[in-house]
Design a protein around this ligand. Structure first.
Ligand code: HEC
Length: 154
């Protein structure tokens, strides 16, 4: 075999290895469990979108994002028993306040409740020795491909 062929063979092996691993874990019937950090990254996206939907007065979208965020929090708590249950349950009050503000279409209440929710994120991070993961209301809208204003499609 020439050097170039060896190189190609190695490259292909490298590309195929993760696939082979994925297949073997599926063969063993193991369900896919997302990593906690990946669930949190999803929560972060919903946290940001929730803010911009609320700021734009798009209460339908805000309600949707809040639901997504809640679902991911529940998923994290169910999948990761190491997470202190109280850190999840203490979030239920601010989550409810955000929900109430959305139903009332009240921008001022929304902003206040969002601040409480964000404080809840950080207090769990502190409890779990992750205070270096500091969450705040977003200052730049990173989702340039999504319209946040109600009824706007372009
Ligand atoms: C019940 C505890 C808890 C709550 C509540 C919580 N987090 Fe986390 N979060 C964690 C833990 C633990 C980690 C570290 C995960 C790891 O080490 O892989 C984390 C990590 C993160 C990360 C970093 C992910 C990465 O891999 O870069 C982000 C972003 C994040 N959380 C956002 C949030 C936001 C936003 C909220 C609130 C809406 C929130 N979290 C609420 C426990 C929590």
């Amino acid at each position: 075999m020439r050097w170039r062929d060896w190189g190609l063979a190695l490259l292909m092996l490298g590309a195929l290895t993760p696939l082979a691993r994925a297949q073997s874990s599926a063969d063993r019937g193991e369900p896919y469990v997302p990593r906690l950090g990946d669930i949190m990254d999803g929560i972060q996206i919903r946290h940001i979108k929730l803010w911009y939907a609320g700021k734009a007065g798009n209460w339908d979208l805000a309600g949707f994002e809040l639901h997504q965020l809640k679902t991911s929090l529940v998923e994290a708590a169910l999948l990761y028993s190491g997470i202190p249950v109280t850190s999840v349950t203490t979030l239920s009050a601010p989550l409810q306040s955000v929900d109430d503000a959305i139903v009332a279409k009240d921008a001022k209440r929304f902003e206040k409740a969002y601040g409480e929710l964000t404080a809840g994120c950080n207090s769990c991070h502190a409890t779990m020795q992750r205070s270096f993961i500091a969450i705040r209301p977003p200052i730049d809208q990173p989702f340039g491909d999504q319209a946040f204003a109600p009824g706007k499609k372009e």
